[in-house]
Design a protein around this ligand. Sequence first.
Ligand code: PMT
Length: 401
Amino acid sequence: MLQGKEILLGVTGGIAAYKSVLLLRELTKYGANVNVIMTKSATEFVGSLTFQTLSGNPVTTDIFTLFASSEIGHVSLASRADLLVIAPATANIIGKIANGIADDFLTTMVMATRVPVLFAPAMNTNMWASRVVQRNISDLKEMDYNFMEPAEGELACGVVGRGKLADIDAIMDEIKALLSPNDLQGEKILISAGPTEEAIDPARCLTNRSSGKMGYNLAAVARRRGAEVILVAGPCAELENWGIKVINCKTALEMADAIDQNLDGVTSVIMAAAVADFRPAEQAAEKIKRDGNYCLELEPNPDILAGLGKRPDKPFLVGFAAETNKLFDHAQGKIKRKNLDMIVANDVTAPGAGFSVDTNIICIIDRDGQMTDFPLMSKENVAGVILDHMLKLKKKRRLLA
Ligand code: PMT
C-alpha cells in the first residue's frame, strides 16, 4: 500500500519530535518516499541530518528553498505528494493553520497542497484540553483535515493525562486508511479471529495455535477501506485494533453466541477463527490429579459457520479451511457442507503459512469451484486480496441478479 507513495512528513517543535524519526523509519520500511519538512523549532529537538540520512532526501526547513531553478520548492513537493502527515503537531502549528497563517515552509505547504493532511498532535494535557486548541481542531476537522487522538499517559513534563503523540503503529494505520480506496463503504463485516479455549479443569484447556493475526489483519484492512467492522476474537495476545469494535470470547459456545448477537445489519461474515470442534463433556471443578490413566470424553461444539449458512437471511459467507492434505478437496467439501460463498484454503503445514506466522499462502475457491492461488504474502496483503475477491464476487452477483 505504501510502496512508491510520496509522503510529506511535517515535524514541529515538541519533545515528541524524536518519535517522528521512528515514523519515518516505518514509512520507508514499507516503500514510501518521504520528504521531511521541519519547522525551525523542530530543529532544536532533533537535527535535520537524522531525517535526511534516514529518508535519503534533503530536509526542508527554509521557505525559500528551491529544488530546481525552475521549480518553487513547496509547489513542486505539494504537487507530487500523496499525503501530508504532521507529527508531532504542536498547538502552535494547529493554531496557525486554523487561522490561515503561512509564514514558514510547513504552513505554506499545507495551504499549497490538495492531498489529505493528517495531524498527530502532541502537547501538554492542559494545552490539549484548552478551548482555543479544541476550537481550532474542530474548525480544521470541518475543513476536512484529519486528526489522530493523542494518547494518555505520563508526559515529558511529568503530568499524567492526554497529550502524548499517538502510537506510531496507530499513525501508520491511519496513514494507510487515508491512502486506501473507500470501496468497502456501506459494508458491515463481522470477522472472527483467534483460537477458542475449552476448559478441562481450572488449570487446563483444549486450544490451538491460532494467534489471531489473520483475523486482526482482515479487520484492520476492512476498516481502512471504509467498512464498519465487528471483530469477534478468541483469546489472543495483545493485537492492536484501532477503531474496531472487538468482542472478546473464550469458548466456541461463547463465540457462537457473540456472533449471533451481533448479526444485525451485517452484510458479510469472514470466519478466520480456529474454532474448537470439540469440548470436554464435563469441566472438572478442581484440578485433575495425576493418578493412573485418564480418559477425556469430548462432545462436539456447534459448527458456527454451518449454522450461519442455514439462515434464510444469510449474509455473504467467507470461510477458511485449515488443511494439512488434499487442500482443494477438503475446502470444496466445506463450501458445500456449510453453504459458503467462498473459502480461503491454507495448508497449515507449509512454511510461512497458517498459524502464528506473519505471512500466509492461500488459495481462494468460489462456490462454482473456480480456484485462485496466491504466493507467500504478509497477512496484511492476504487480507487485501481476500477483500478484493469478496467485493468482486458481490459485484458480479449484483450484476447477475
Ligand atoms: O490466527 P493465525 O495465527 O493468524 O492463523 C490463521 C489461521 C490458520 C487460524 C487461519 O488462516 C485459518 O485457517 N482459520 C480457520 C481455522 C479452522 O478452524 O479451519 P477449519 O477448516 O477447521 O474450519 C473451517 C471453517 O469453519 C473455518 O472458517 C472455521 O472458522 C469454521 N468453523 C469451524 C469449526 C466450528 N465449530 N465452527 C466454525 O464456524
